[in-house]
Design a protein around this ligand. Structure first.
Ligand code: ZN
Ligand code: ZN
Ligand code: ZN
Ligand code: ZN
Length: 458
């Protein structure tokens, strides 16, 4: 579990000072690889080719806005500058504690010499060139020792047995990769939690392979309109109810029913729009008609699936049926732009495009590079999340917000899924799927495993 890993990650006090460090370029601090969704199509294409690959992904954390500038200096060099100037900087691993003391960041290798056990130590905030062999009795890092032993065991269980005296290079290499991945995923988890503006926590877990954080994904909390698209963020109408549950409120003004019951569960059929109270309404935050706007309440975990579906999302808390789980956000682009991107994306057979076709077909949400946790939610032909169109401060029917609600009780630990083919209308008929023969789209096999699986995502 991510929580357990998190405990083990904080550097632990080490034994002795390593030799004075010599600055040099060392391997990246994070295992950065492009994320790959193996299956999925939300009525369109796939994620775009990398156009902005930060050389130094670890330092992106300091950037606040969604647009990021790559840092060209290596982590090692930055750490050296910090040490020289006696500055601390948590995001690159230089803390008050390790500015003068030495913490074990992870263990790289193991050997037995004259019946003494030694571990090769990577010191936190110091480059690989300063790694030193330390006798076991000097190491006060039980969690890191445990991880080392687990990783070694996992590796050896996949390949042939090894003798105990010293590790073969391949084993040591694997253990270091695993340690670096753990650190990179922890940093990413911290970054996601710094950026999110909702109550539920986000955890990250990969017990399956060596995949690290996606290198070209930026967390956003709300739609990011492409240049030229304006999202009006102030409603033109607000209610003046004293009790929005019983009075003629915002939904009635729009000609629809109030979407929620008293238990904050959705009670309208799929395809019906949700009109929540907005900034002009007289009611307060406890109004029963303010649900989606409060954001995700559940702690969720982005995890590596073991069935070849890349990353997925599971809930760490029980979710009641018909409850709001998360919003689907991304860049809002025109349908023409979506068509263009779709052509680029199609060959990879993957997609993050979601057409806003509630009333018109003008806009599409592209969550490939900019998105929230929903970016990682996999498709299922028998999903436990259902899509609804929501209007809050923006009442423009061409630009609904997309909210995902549970279709049934979802237990802690269960993977969350939605049907990529499902439109806000709840329509899964064939005309919601573009079978245009002219485009000769590559079909993507669905791996959802549902009894009712349609076999393909497109
Ligand atoms: Zn009202
Ligand atoms: Zn209202
Ligand atoms: Zn209200
Ligand atoms: Zn399926």
């Amino acid at each position: 579990m991510a929580a357990a890993e998190a405990d083990a990650r904080g550097g632990e006090a080490g034994a002795r000072s390593p030799a004075l460090p010599v600055p040099r370029h060392a391997p990246e601090a994070r295992v950065a690889r492009p994320s790959r969704r193996t299956a999925g199509r939300r009525r369109g294409g796939t994620p775009p080719a990398d156009t902005l690959t930060p050389e130094c992904a670890g330092k992106r954390e300091t950037a606040v806005s969604a647009w990021c500038v790559p840092c060209l200096v290596s982590l090692d060099t930055l750490q050296e500058y910090c040490r020289k100037e006696k500055l601390t900087c948590k995001s690159i691993g230089i803390t008050k504690r390790n500015l003068n003391n030495y913490e074990v960041e992870y263990l790289c290798d193991y050997k037995v010499l004259k019946d003494m056990e030694y571990y090769l130590v990577k010191w936190k905030g110091w480059p690989d060139s300063t790694n030193t062999w330390e006798p076991l009795q000097n190491l006060k890092c039980p969690l890191l020792l445990q991880q080392f032993s687990n990783d070694r065991h996992n590796y050896l269980s996949q390949v042939k047995k090894d003798n105990n005296k010293a590790l073969k290079p391949a084993v040591a290499e694997y253990i270091v990769k695993k340690a670096k991945q753990r650190i990179a995923l922890q940093r990413w988890q911290d970054e996601l939690n710094r950026r999110k503006n909702h109550k539920g926590m986000i955890f990250v877990e990969n017990t399956v392979d060596l995949e690290g954080p996606p290198s070209d994904f930026f967390y956003i909390n709300e739609y990011k309109p492409a240049p030229g698209i304006s999202l009006v963020n102030e409603a033109t109408f607000g209610c003046s109810c004293t009790d929005c549950y019983f009075e003629k409120c915002c939904p009635a003004e729009a000609g629809v029913l109030l979407a929620y019951n008293k238990n904050q569960q959705i009670r309208i059929p799929p395809g019906t729009p949700i009109y929540e109270c907005n900034s002009r309404c007289r009611c307060g935050p406890d109004c029963p008609n303010r649900i989606v706007q409060k954001g995700t309440q559940y702690s969720l975990c982005i995890f590596r699936t073991s069935n070849g579906c890349g990353w997925g999302v599971k809930t760490l808390m029980k979710i009641k049926k018909m409850s709001f789980v998360m919003e689907y956000v991304g860049e809002v682009i025109t349908s023409e732009e979506a068509e263009r991107r779709g052509q680029l994306y199609d060959n990879k057979g993957i997609t993050y495009l979601f057409d806003l076709d509630y009333e018109s077909d003008e806009f599409t949400v592209d969550a490939a590079r900019y998105g929230n946790v929903s970016h990682f939610v996999n498709h299922s032909c028998d999903p436990n999340l259902q899509v609804f169109n929501v209007f809050i401060d923006n009442l423009d029917t061409r630009l609904p917000r997309i909210a995902l609600f549970s279709t049934r009780t979802i237990n802690a630990g269960e993977e969350l899924t939605f049907d990529y083919q499902m439109k806000g209308s709840g329509d899964v008929s064939s005309d919601s799927i573009d079978h245009s023969p002219a485009k000769k789209r590559i079909r993507t096999v669905c791996k959802c495993g549902a009894v009712t699986c349609r076999g393909y995502l497109n």
